[in-house]
Every structure is written in structure tokens, then in C-alpha cells.
Design a protein around this ligand. Structure first.
Ligand SMILES: [Zn+2]
Length: 299
């Protein structure tokens, strides 16, 4: 669910500025919707509503991060995961920052995640891993489940600003792709991950929906009883496009065509030069059955 947020006045500057985080500092060059003073004001407000002691607050545009792991670990997540992923997502896909400064809450374990989400958002999270709440302008992550959830939710924060009409299959497919990410030629790439085993099982048991069905699911259907299979099917279609060198092309063409082709079905057929989507699904299923993920299950 991607609620629209009121845009603030666009403030741009092109010179390097210094932003001071909590005890750390870094140079940041580029353009932003927000000024250094906006981020510092936001961070000061966030410090006023921390749900407990032991949180470190760090400014990492376009986000302000609050985490209750040791301060050095929080700063490592900011630089090695958040900054790394954001730079590469912007190169590949996203020209616009989120329209509001987004908070990222990094909770050290399940207990901290559940308790603090209740205090901050008034509800226990549905996902054990993390979520993006547009109405709270916040991501919340259970860091005990690894950094993959953090990268996944960052995709949603940018997708909401850049492609608000994106259907659930592509929003979750692209976000899930980067749960297990690496770098190839300076670009971020997704690798096989724990979602593969369930997908291969569903293919063998002939329980997978057609691509056409997947593409036209609304949120209620996509996030229904078969959601794990839907996530995996969408993820490995994005992985296939990536491995064909066509994922970025697909994203940009789909976004440009979305009024005429809201599900992306026709754009996929154009990009892959397909006449027969069902025939392609059989080829893709055989390809998926040949993939390997040695670790097998979710860490
Ligand atoms: Zn997601």
C-alpha cells in the first residue's frame, strides 16, 4: 500500500555539504529535496521520540536512521548497506528521492522490534522481518533477520516516490531480488536466495499461477494465502530479466507505459520479444529448476 504524501518545496543545491550524524560526519555531494538544516531538525525531532535508551541516530540522506545496536554497528549499516544500496538504486532506477524524510528504525532483535513497533506505530508488525509504512514515513527492520530485509524495504520507499502505480508483483519482485545482493561491474545485482526452494517445489507440484494471473493480482490477492509463492515467482522473473540484461530496460519502459499497460504484461512481452507468454513460462520454469541456492533456507 503506497499512500501519497504531500510534497514539500523542492530545495536543491549542488555543492558538497557536511552532514553531522550522531558522533560521526561525512561529506555528501549532490542534490536533494531537503537541506542540511531540514535533516538536522528531523534528527532532533526523532531524538525526542526515541522509544527507549541506547539508540543511535544517524543522518544518511534521504533517510534518518535510529538503531539500538552498538553505535558502531548502526553506523556500519548506514554506510555499508544503506548508502551502498541507495547509490546503486539511484544509478539503476530511481531519479527521485522520497517526498518526505523517511525514518529507518533498525531494531537489534525480535523482542526490540515487536516492543518498539508497538510503542511507535501502535501495532505489532505482521512481518517478522520488516516493513515500510508510508503513512508513518518509516521503515522498521528486525536486524536479527539480516540486512536483506533492510535493502528490500528501501526499494519500497523509492518505488513509492518514483512509480506509485507499480503493481504488487513488480514492487515485491524487485524488492525481494535485492534481499541477497552483490555488485557486478559497479551495479547492484540480486543473487539466488532462500525463496528458491519453495518456488522450485511449487513448479514441480504445478501449483504456480500463470504470469498473466500474477501480473493482474491486486494487493488483496497478491498478499493472500499464496503470498510466499507470489513473492518468489515475481522475484525470479526479475532475476531472469536481470540475467538477460533486461531488468533496467523493463523497469524504465514499464514505468513509462504504465497508463496503457498497468500490469506490465505487454511491456514484458515487448522487452523479451515474446509472442507466447505461456510458452515463455514453461521455458522460465525449466530455467528456475536449474538454479541453485546452496544454503537452502532463510537464515
Ligand atoms: Zn516488500
Amino acid at each position: 500500500m503506497l499512500a501519497r504524501l504531500a510534497p514539500r518545496a523542492l530545495v536543491r543545491w549542488g555543492v558538497a555539504v557536511l552532514l553531522l550524524g550522531s558522533g560521526g560526519s561525512f561529506a555528501w555531494a549532490g542534490q536533494s529535496r531537503f537541506t542540511q538544516a531540514d535533516y538536522q531538525r528531523h534528527a532532533a525531532e526523532l531524538r525526542q521520540r526515541l522509544p527507549g535508551p541506547g539508540f543511535t541516530v544517524v543522518i544518511e540522506p534521504p533517510f534518518v536512521i535510529a538503531g539500538d545496536e552498538p553505535a558502531e554497528v548502526v553506523r556500519q549499516h548506514c554506510q555499508q548497506t544503506i548508502r551502498w544500496a541507495v547509490e546503486r538504486f539511484k544509478q539503476a532506477y530511481f531519479s527521485a528521492d522520497p517526498t518526505e524524510i523517511i525514518d529507518i528504525w533498525l531494531f537489534r532483535d525480535q523482542e526490540s522490534y515487536a516492543r518498539h513497533c508497538q510503542a511507535l506505530f501502535g501495532q505489532t508488525p505482521k512481518s517478522p522481518y520488516g516493513f515500510f509504512s508510508p503513512s508513518d514515513r518509516a521503515l522498521a527492520i528486525n536486524m536479527a533477520t539480516g540486512g536483506g530485509s533492510l535493502v528490500h524495504e528501501i526499494v519500497h520507499a523509492f518505488m513509492a516516490a518514483n512509480f506509485p502505480a507499480c503493481p504488487p508483483w513488480f514492487n515485491e519482485g524487485l524488492a525481494s531480488l535485492y534481499e541477497q545482493a552483490s555488485e557486478r561491474g559497479g551495479a547492484i545485482v540480486g543473487l539466488t536466495n532462500w525463496r528458491l526452494a519453495g518456488l522450485q517445489r511449487a513448479i514441480r507440484e504445478k501449483k504456480l499461477d500463470s504470469f498473466h494471473r500474477l501480473f493482474t493480482m491486486d494487493e488483496r490477492e497478491f498478499y493472500g494465502d499464496s503470498q510466499q509463492t507470489n513473492y518468489a515467482q515475481a522475484r525470479y522473473l526479475c532475476y531472469y530479466l536481470q540475467e538477460q540484461g533486461l531488468l533496467r530496460t523493463f523497469y524504465h519502459r514499464f514505468r513509462a507505459n504504465q497508463k496503457a499497460d498497468p500490469s506490465g504484461c505487454r511491456t514484458l512481452q515487448e522487452v523479451l520479444q515474446l509472442k507466447d507468454l505461456e510458452g515463455f513460462q514453461r521455458v522460465w520454469e525449466a530455467w528456475v529448476l536449474g538454479l541453485r541456492f546452496p544454503e537452502g533456507v532463510r537464515p
